[in-house]
Design a protein around this ligand. Structure first.
Ligand code: CAA
Length: 380
């Protein structure tokens, strides 16, 4: 593994940083306070290619490598983890799923608009009574003529408030457990499909999270993605890759918390000198930096392995587990360095502390990552 970035990867990082500083940093606090999605900024990200990072050019993407996408995720997340949440769902979950499992017709029909932000996607796996136990879903899809009839409810679906296209997992053979799940593409205005209210979340408040309801929703057979009854595998493979995106998001949040803490420690005085001159604060900063760098190496390594077509399942879970855990720790220490100010909404570290928390939950909790890692370690 090479520890330097290519000029192209450096350019992606630099341009994403510039975009984030200009377009996201000034509005991130307002998005959080107003519980508002920056759809206009997401559209701009789409027009610049950031929503089709790894989509091949023939399907309207920019055909970049995974590491470039991860660098973009990290930089956007430093400024606004809410907006980067939609970026990761679009790139990692929707585009990747369609690139890897969609038919030629499905790719040509849907990817060009997703990759350029003309349309937005959502990934609907979780249900009110099945999160970590993804195969415990209850939503069904029953064949009828040239269609499937979907019934059921999905919960905590990111980007659902504005998505046009939903990749929905449902049971097509309820007696077969995870071997009876299939994946369907459902367009927003399909009769029998409704999107529920926005969840009032602790963090990433400038992202959208809703319930989905399917009541005798007729989906054409041509919208089946991948093979019938093999949808669970589609979800798992997609999540393996998606977890690197969330890990990069956590890394960006942690880096932002460290940046804030360093700046504050230099400016704020106590007992007649800047906080940065106290060894207690220096040690905190040193530990924060060490964690951020360790997370960075794990995240980049997982992306690098994917780019080199090496088995990266365990690496993705290790990166997601570690980066999300340290994002909470680093944000927590940043709040501590800020003292009372860190507990007040006016300061960015307060938002980072809340935003960091979700990265230990979505796209597989820390406990699920440990399970995946242990399974990979123990398999024959
Ligand atoms: N990668 C590839 N394939 C995998 C896999 C992985 N990580 N984990 C399992 N599989 C495959 C197995 O090889 C097996 O394939 P075959 O049928 O070919 O043998 C199949 O999937 C079934 O595997 P298991 O019997 O091991 O499945 P399980 O029911 O025991 O579940 C689990 C395994 C790891 C617990 C899985 O349910 C899981 O990952 N749960 C977490 C779900 C999750 O991450 N949810 C997040 C929701 S999405 C989200 O948050 C998006 C958002 O909006 C931001």
């Amino acid at each position: 593994m090479n520890f330097t970035l290519t000029p192209e990867q450096e350019l992606f990082r630099k341009s994403a940083r510039e975009f984030a500083l200009k377009e996201l940093e000034p509005i991130a606090a307002d998005l959080d306070r107003e519980h508002r999605v920056a759809l206009d900024v997401l559209k701009k990200l789409g027009s610049l290619g950031y929503l089709g990072m790894t989509v091949p050019e023939e399907y309207g993407g920019i055909g970049a490598d995974m590491l470039s996408y991860i660098l973009v995720m990290e930089e956007l997340s430093r400024s606004c983890a809410s907006t980067s949440t939609a970026v990761t769902v679009q790139n990692s979950l929707c585009n990747t799923l369609l690139v890897e499992f969609g038919s030629e017709t499905q790719k040509r029909k849907y990817l060009p608009e997703l990759a350029t932000g003309k349309k937005f996607g959502a990934f609907a796996l979780t249900e009110p009574e099945s999160g970590s136990d993804a195969a415990g879903m209850k939503t069904t899809a029953v064949p009828k003529g040239d269609s499937f009839i979907l019934n059921g409810t999905k919960r905590f679906i990111t980007s659902a408030g504005f998505a046009d296209i939903f990749l929905v997992f449902a049971l097509t053979d309820p007696s077969a457990g995870n071997r009876g799940v299939s994946c369907f593409l459902v367009e927003r205005h399909t009769p029998g499909f409704t999107v529920g209210k926005e969840e009032d979340k602790m963090g990433i408040r400038g992202s959208s999270t809703c319930e989905l309801f399917f009541e005798n929703c007729r989906v054409p057979r041509e919208n089946l993605i991948g093979e019938l009854n093999r949808g669970f595998k589609v979800a798992m493979v997609t999540l393996d890759s998606g977890r690197i995106g969330v890990a990069a998001q956590a890394l960006g949040i942690a880096q932002a918390a460290l940046d804030e803490a360093i700046q504050y420690a230099k400016e704020r005085k106590a007992f007649g000198k800047p906080l940065a001159e106290f060894q207690a604060i220096q040690f905190k900063l040193a530990e924060m930096k060490t964690k951020v760098e360790a997370a960075r190496l794990l995240v980049y390594k997982a992306a690098w392995k994917k780019d080199h077509k090496l088995d990266y399942i365990m690496d993705a879970s290790i990166a997601k587990l570690y980066a999300s855990e340290i994002a909470s720790e680093v944000a927590d220490e940043a709040v501590q360095i800020f003292g009372g100010y860190g507990y007040i909404r006016d300061y960015k570290v307060e938002r980072l502390y809340r935003d960091a928390r979700i990265t230990r939950i979505y796209e597989g909790t820390s406990e699920i990552q440990k399970l995946v890692i242990a399974r990979e370690l123990l398999k024959d």
